[in-house]
Write a protein that binds this ligand. Structure first.
Ligand code: ZN
Length: 89
């Protein structure tokens, strides 16, 4: 079971790293929480709520793999930065 979770986490990590590689070079952090996996901009202007799916930044919540349609064990919550780093190339 733990092995399975690690595989899943690795897959989500790869997926997120792929997205983030396109987003910007500023640092983002991956937080593995029991109820969700959060992707948060590091040292952003606000503190993001990592305990719920309802952060002030209006995060994107993804429940399944976009390419395979396979459901995640936990939702993937991608927060938006207030400094707009995801818009920088
Ligand atoms: Zn947020």
């Amino acid at each position: 079971m733990i092995g399975f979770l690690w595989v899943l986490f690795d897959r989500i990590s790869d997926l997120v790293q792929g997205w983030l590689g396109r987003l910007s070079r500023k640092p983002w952090a991956l937080h593995d929480h029991p109820n969700a996996v959060h992707v948060e901009p590091v040292r952003d202007w606000i503190r993001h709520d990592l305990d719920s799916l309802d952060c002030v930044c209006g995060p994107t919540v993804t429940w399944s793999d976009r390419e395979t349609g396979e459901a995640f064990a936990r939702p993937l919550v991608v927060h938006f930065s207030l400094d707009g780093r995801e818009n920088n190339e």
